[in-house]
Design a protein around this ligand. Structure first.
Ligand SMILES: Cc1ncc(COP(=O)(O)O)c(C=O)c1O
Length: 369
């Protein structure tokens, strides 16, 4: 083929998702493997969402409601914002893509941390714009350095709170100061995929800061605490002027009917939400207490995952863990060659993980036998 491909597309490295369980079992011939690599809800989907989606199956010959009317109104009521400030996405990834398409073009820059969630870079490059990376400081966002990276070409800044993959957080004071010092022609994207897990009282809640007069977008998702990653549903809360713009370029049926129905039901499932939060906090404590006992270093977190220092090649540890039937994430491609990331699972999964990690680190002589 003699096709001309723009350099900015060629510069994109494909997103590498957490290894699926089925793939591991196929490749290594292992049964009963476990995955603690994609920060999913170990309890499964919200039971209310499952019932609502099952009941809606017989209507799947119809197109979804392209305006997402019922879900948008339910979200508006739940979050205390106006329906015109919400844009639904096929996962929050989809909203990131719309923001990049709407506001970025060649010659523009978008500031983000290094490392950060890989889709920011992919969507920025897809729009022909340039990602500008600002290293984290002690695993946390360095807001002064982010501000210092702003140039007349900057059109967007991405912040992720609590931060993936490090689990650190931004305080309300830090974030409001950042907003006050940013020029108002820069779109601020505050990605709150894990906000429901945060416990620190000083952690910023972006929702309180969305105003029609300020170009701030807060991203939320049903993929994590609501357990609906597989059906793809997320949203952005933003000034209504920005939402109208995104709705011009949004695919008409970007959010499928089951996702809309499941999400509405999940929003009413407080019991499931609380059960998930309690489980995650208890299991994070369990995992970290045991890591301490074994003598393995890890970092504190406000999310449902955390980083572990394996004191050696994380890619090798990742591979050895796979052979034990445990999928974690190596942080080597994120710039942390000696760290792995793991999310809290069910108690039996966490025990399996702890045993496997101890075995692997003993075999690698990081721990004494
Ligand atoms: C920081 C962050 N933002 C966004 C997403 C994407 O969420 P969604 O499944 O809603 O597209 C993830 C998923 O891993 C994430 O970690």
């Amino acid at each position: 083929m003699n096709l001309t491909i723009p350099e900015y597309i060629l510069s994109i490295k494909p997103y590498k998702p957490g290894k699926p369980l089925e793939e591991l079992e196929r490749e290594y011939g292992i049964k009963d493997s476990i995955k603690l690599a994609s920060n999913e809800n170990p309890l499964g989907p919200s039971p209310r969402a499952i019932s609502a989606m099952e009941a809606a199956m017989s209507n799947l010959h119809r197109y979804p409601d392209g305006s997402g009317y019922l879900l948008i109104n339910k979200l508006a009521e739940t979050l205390g914002v106006s329906p015109g400030q919400i844009v639904l996405g096929n996962g929050s990834d989809d909203v990131i893509g719309m923001l990049a398409r709407a506001y970025l073009r060649a010659g523009n820059e978008a500031v983000m941390t290094a490392p950060s969630f890989l889709m920011y870079e992919i969507f920025v490059r897809s729009a022909g714009a340039t990602p500008v990376f600002v290293p984290l400081k002690s695993l946390a966002v360095d807001l002064e350095a982010m501000l210092a990276a702003i140039t007349p070409r900057t059109r967007m800044i991405f912040l992720n709170n609590p931060n993936n993959p490090t689990g650190t957080f931004i305080t309300k004071d830090e974030f409001t100061e950042l907003l006050s010092r940013l020029p108002d022609n820069i779109v601020v994207v505050l990605d709150e995929a894990y906000i429901e897990f945060a416990q620190a009282p000083e952690c910023v809640n972006g929702l309180e800061l969305v105003q029609n007069s300020r170009p701030l977008t807060v991203l939320r998702t049903f993929s994590k605490i609501y357990g609906l990653a597989g059906i793809r549903i997320g949203y952005g809360i933003m000034p209504s002027e920005m939402a109208s713009l995104l709705n011009r370029i949004r695919q008409p049926f970007n959010v499928n009917s089951l996702a809309q129905i499941g999400a509405i039901a999940a929003l009413d499932d407080d019991e499931f939400l609380n059960k998930t939060k309690n489980l995650i906090h208890e299991e994070l404590g369990f995992m970290q207490d045991n890591l301490k006992k074994i003598g393995i270093d890890f970092f504190p977190t406000q999310a449902n995952f955390f980083l572990i220092d394996v004191k050696g090649d994380a890619d090798i540890v990742f591979d050895m863990m796979l052979r034990e039937g445990v999928i974690v994430r190596s942080m080597a491609s994120y710039g942390y060659p000696k760290y792995i990331r793991v999310n809290a699972g069910l108690r039996k999964e966490n025990i399996r993980f702890l045993n496997a990690l101890e075995k692997v680190l003993k075999a690698r002589r990081v721990l004494s036998r």
